[in-house]
Design a protein around this ligand. Structure first.
Ligand code: NAG
Ligand code: NAG
Ligand code: NAG
Ligand code: NAG
Ligand code: NAG
Ligand code: NAG
Ligand code: NAG
Ligand code: NAG
Ligand code: NAG
Ligand code: NAG
Ligand code: NAG
Ligand code: NAG
Length: 456
């Protein structure tokens, strides 16, 4: 009974072509206002449900995603459902107020709905030359706070979230030395996040334990190596305790500090890598259940992959060439094969490199994309919640953030940029105002600020 109506609706389809001021490309889809898809069976469940502002963003979201064949926009809840398998074969339509069903027409794909995605950045003053930034709830009020390492102020700044996506002035913890890398994680099992900082000039990992009331105690120090610039926290020996790994840029090593179980780190093991490792990331690369490491060796223009051989010890690195002077590395599955891939920001090539995982923890030759000037930091997050991991770079020479949207297959659109403060050195993606959409936070070392880009 519904099929005839569907045919009628298709016949009556309104083909729209809207021009958008900021973009000469047009949107074309067949629109069925007042209808939604009804799946005959579960093979046409939406592959993603995205929170969007309006129907236009829903259209852009679908048209920019190669997997998307159709979408339903639910006006009352500003939700956009994306379907991969919707077609006249497998779907029916049924009337539904405040809903609009849309089908992709052949050859009408468009790139990037996203230029309108973020508000103008809000900036907050912090200390001198902020370099690393991390966003998490530090005081257990369920609101994401900003933690920043103020390199030239020799301090860690914590900006508490008011709960509406705005932040209080930083509370500053002086550590007497130059923080360059940062992680914020509970390392002593009290369910309160602690601050783990890589201190460039002292060669220490500083741990600032959470006092339990959202303030932080003076640092405990662990020797890491010469000029540690980056830390990552993960369980390397499968004892359910978070361990620490650091990239020591001056000793050309990666150090691994295993947690004794009480948040102390009595043992350190160092592994040689190539010249000037600046950044480190951790994930299970070969599917054996053990967390492996990847270092961005900035002086050697490669990444070093260190496979975990069990109980938290690592094999010698295997290197893969990337662009010039990789300053940052991230790990995420970009192409839906369930194998995590490697992404770098190549400071002197103005590119990002992707190394696709073959499945065994070895990697194919790099694929590169142009980004802005002097990319300092890279994150890999599904920023538009379409179930595809996107790439976000801090372009330190362009004073902006570049977002490269995944087309759904592990290939990427050209970057879309959003202005932030001067010389951004790091970026963190988090929903800071609890609207279900992911926001971007940067540390701007040239303007002594952090910028918050709220997703519209
Ligand atoms: C689409 O259909 C195919 C075959 O029925 C199925 O394997 C696939 O998972 C479906 N994709 C989605 C996103 O539902
Ligand atoms: C509908 O099904 C037929 C036969 O299974 C197939 O050839 C055709 O490609 C399908 N159409 C769409 C739009 O998926
Ligand atoms: C889903 O519906 C389609 C079209 O009616 C049919 O071809 C397919 O076999 C069904 N799949 C399942 C898992 O029931
Ligand atoms: C935070 O969220 C948890 C889990 O939802 C809840 O139990 C707790 O009461 C919340 N705390 C505050 C301060 O809202
Ligand atoms: C957010 O909350 C703070 C503290 O309650 C308030 O001062 C500020 O005006 C609020 N901002 C917005 C945009 O609502
Ligand atoms: C701990 O580290 C900080 C900064 O790295 C340094 O200033 C301080 O002297 C160290 N404390 C001890 C006891 O070594
Ligand atoms: C938090 O706890 C620490 C350690 O117990 C204490 O020194 C500090 O005064 C407390 N701060 C607040 C704001 O309660
Ligand atoms: C540290 O090393 C000692 C001696 O090898 C060993 O007994 C101990 O279990 C290690 N501790 C951790 C936390 O790995
Ligand atoms: C943590 O455990 C280690 C090894 O058992 C021990 O040497 C150390 O004193 C403990 N530290 C604390 C703070 O309890
Ligand atoms: C990790 O430990 C769990 C039990 O705590 C075990 O089930 C799992 O097999 C271990 N994984 C590896 C890779 O050893
Ligand atoms: C890495 O790239 C830089 C250019 O940024 C170049 O000067 C250097 O020779 C390269 N190093 C190696 C080991 O290839
Ligand atoms: C990267 O961008 C900077 C600033 O625009 C420029 O000076 C430099 O030549 C660019 N490098 C490459 C390899 O294009």
């Amino acid at each position: 009974m519904l099929y005839p109506r569907f045919s009628v609706m298709l016949f009556m389809c309104l083909f729209i072509a809207q021009s958008i001021a900021q973009d000469t490309r047009s949107l074309q889809m067949s629109i069925m206002d007042g209808y939604q898809f009804q799946c005959v069976n579960t093979t046409c469940l939406p592959f993603a449900t995205v929170s969007v502002s309006d129907i236009r963003d829903c259209q852009f979201m679908c048209l920019s995603n190669e997997r998307c064949r159709a979408a339903t926009f639910h006006q009352s809840i500003s939700a956009c459902e994306l379907f991969a398998n919707a077609s006249s074969n497998v779907t029916l339509m049924f009337p539904q107020v405040q809903t609009t069903a849309m089908l992709v027409m052949p050859d009408t794909r468009t790139r990037s709905y996203s230029y309108t995605m973020f508000e103008v950045a809000i900036t907050y003053s912090v200390g001198y030359v902020p370099i690393p930034v991390f966003v998490t709830d530090t005081n257990n009020d369920n609101k994401s706070d900003i933690v920043v390492g103020n390199y030239n102020s020799n301090s860690i700044g914590v900006l508490l979230n008011y709960g509406n996506g705005t932040f209080a002035h930083q509370v500053e913890y002086y550590i007497g030395a130059y923080p360059f890398g940062l992680a914020v994680r509970d390392i002593n099992g009290d369910n309160k996040p602690d601050i783990i900082a890589a201190i460039q000039n002292t060669g220490y990992i500083n741990i600032l334990l959470n006092a339990g009331n959202g303030t932080f105690l003076p640092p405990t120090n662990y020797t890491s190596g010469t000029s540690p610039l980056s830390v990552v926290v993960a369980d390397f020996n499968n004892d359910s305790q978070p361990d620490i790994a650091a990239a020591n840029s001056g000793s050309y090593t990666v150090s691994v500090l295993l947690n004794a179980g009480n948040g102390s780190f009595p043992n350190k093991t160092s592994y040689s890598v190539s010249t000037t490792p600046r950044s480190i990331a951790a994930a299970d690369l070969n599917g054996d259940g053990k967390i492996d490491l990847v270092a961005a060796n900035s002086g050697a223009n490669n990444t070093g992959v260190l496979i975990n051989s069990g109980s938290g010890s690592f094999l010698s690195q295997v290197t893969y060439p990337v662009g010039q002077t990789p300053y940052s590395v991230a790990i995420a599955d970009l192409n839906h094969d369930n194998y995590p891939d490697i992404i770098t920001a190549n400071y002197n090539s103005n590119t990002t490199s992707i190394l696709f995982n073959t499945g065994s923890g070895s990697f194919l030759s790099q694929v590169t994309y142009a980004v802005g000037a002097l990319p300092y930091f890279v994150a890999a997050v599904d920023i538009n919640k379409d179930q595809n991991i996107d790439i976000i770079v801090a372009n330190s020479g362009s004073n902006n953030v570049g977002v490269l949207f995944n087309t759904g297959t592990g290939s990427f659109e050209s970057q879309v940029t959003y202005s932030v403060g001067n010389d951004p050195h790091s970026v963190f993606v988090s929903d800071v105002n609890y609207d279900g959409k992911l926001d971007i936070v940067t540390a701007n070392s040239g303007s002594n600020t952090v910028s918050v880009l709220l997703c519209k």
